[in-house]
Write a protein that binds this ligand. Structure first.
Ligand SMILES: C[S@@+](CC[C@H](N)C(=O)[O-])C[C@H]1O[C@@H](n2cnc3c(N)ncnc32)[C@H](O)[C@@H]1O
Length: 390
């Protein structure tokens, strides 16, 4: 198959292309893109407008044209939330030649005088507004792609960031470019810039206050949660199983560490399972997947994880074995026990697999009459073990 050229094009169309980009387009026999992009380019090519839905049609489309020189038009930088990355995944990097154009983010930063390396970028194309939560911090600058600006303003106000400054940058790089603050009418081709003004911090470092979560008491308390997540060691792209997820605090804090961290919460209690979804949305990780069911049966068809937390169900026959078997090599398993029965399970497994046993005793100060005294929480035994690579 001949390599596919992917050429980034801006709102300024053909005139805005570099000589190298024009040469790639002119060498093509087949030009693919959306109707707006295809109209911008002169010449007698065979033109293919993306079908809808586009993704499932792509393999067939490229198979049909496998012996012809294909050039794909993409908006801005094709490797930035664009078709370029999709085609590399589908065809392999050696079959795709990319000619980038400045991305909407580069153009927006140029207009605003913001450093590209010092902004958070959040794409809301087909995704919920709650994804903004983890990047809202005092003074932080955010560029939002594909948003409804009025809903972003509402979300910021709910988080106590109602004084944030919102700027709409429309049709960047083209003749109709407009930069304004009127949220009532916004061109669909826009980037929204947010300068966060507020004081409340919800850190990405695990150990959020317990009241950051809606819960019924079945929650791993913040001190123990912080230690457990440190032992689980979240890494970008990895998947966690949170077994007996309760309020979902472990899965949620794992997912907040990095946008590519993924988590599945398994919870047998339907009301709690629903609560996990609410907590995940409110804390900006709506992608946390909830499985309502009892472990170990509920674990059967799940993707194998890089980390497993067992906060409930440790005494159910087969749960620990199912988790250990599914865990990928190099993966981490952390099991927390507060009862004699669950400690007994850990005590039976620890000599076989090794790992660290830790006992955590937390005392919180609280009022005692007119004075202050230490109230102990139930001590928690944690077992943290890493699966050998071979
Ligand atoms: C102590 S809570 C876990 C708290 C949780 N880590 C958090 O921070 O919200 C234990 C949970 O495990 C659930 N559970 C117990 N056995 C289970 C099983 N076999 N499968 C799935 N969930 C189970 C219970 O319903 C309860 O919600």
């Amino acid at each position: 198959m001949i390599a596919v050229a992917v050429v980034g094009i801006g709102v300024d169309g053909w005139e805005g292309l570099s000589p190298a980009a024009k040469a790639e387009v002119e060498a093509a026999q087949v030009l693919m893109g959306n109707a707006r992009q295809l109209e911008m380019v002169p010449g007698g090519f065979e033109r293919v407008t993306w079908p809808s839905p586009m993704l499932p049609a792509l393999p067939g489309l490229f198979e049909t044209h496998r012996h012809r020189r294909v050039c794909v038009l993409a908006s801005g930088d094709p490797m930035f939330h664009g078709i370029g990355s999709t085609l590399v995944r589908m065809l392999g990097a050696d079959r795709v030649r990319v000619v980038p154009h400045p991305s909407s983010v580069s153009l927006a930063c140029a207009r605003l005088g913001w450093a590209v390396d010092d902004v958070e970028v959040v794409s809301m194309v087909g995704r919920p507004a709650e994804l903004l939560h983890p990047v809202i911090h005092p003074g932080r600058r955010i560029l939002v792609l594909g948003s409804t600006p009025a809903s972003v303003a509402d979300l910021l106000a709910e988080r106590g960031y109602g004084d944030s400054k919102l700027t709409v940058l429309e049709r960047l790089g083209g003749p109709g470019e407009r930069v304004h603050t009127d949220l009532s009418y916004v061109d669909p081709l826009h980037v929204l810039a947010v300068e966060c003004v507020g004081t409340k911090v919800l850190s990405r470092v695990p150990g959020l206050p317990d009241d950051a979560f809606e819960h019924d008491g079945q929650i791993t308390k913040r001190e123990v949660r912080a230690i457990s997540l440190a032992q689980l060691a979240p890494a970008p792209g990895q998947l966690l199983w949170d077994v007996g997820a309760g309020a979902g605090s472990i899965a949620i804090e794992w997912a907040r560490v990095h946008p590519s961290c993924r988590a599945i919460g398994v919870e047998s209690h339907p009301e709690r399972a629903e609560r996990i979804g609410r907590n995940a949305r409110a804390l900006g990780v709506p992608g946390v997947h909830v499985v309502v069911g009892k472990a170990p049966e509920a674990l059967e068809d799940l993707e194998r994880p890089s980390a497993v937390f067992i906060g409930g169900g440790l005494t159910a026959p087969g749960v620990l074995a199912a988790c250990w078997d599914a865990l990928l090599p190099g993966g981490r398993l952390v099991a927390n026990a507060v009862t004699m029965e669950s400690e007994t399970v850990i005590a039976a497994w620890h000599p076989r697999l090794g790992g660290d046993l830790t006992r955590i005793a937390v005392n919180r100060a609280s009022p005692v009459g007119g004075f202050t005294g230490w109230r102990p929480h139930m001590p928690v035994t944690t077992w943290a073990v890493t699966k050998p690579v071979d």
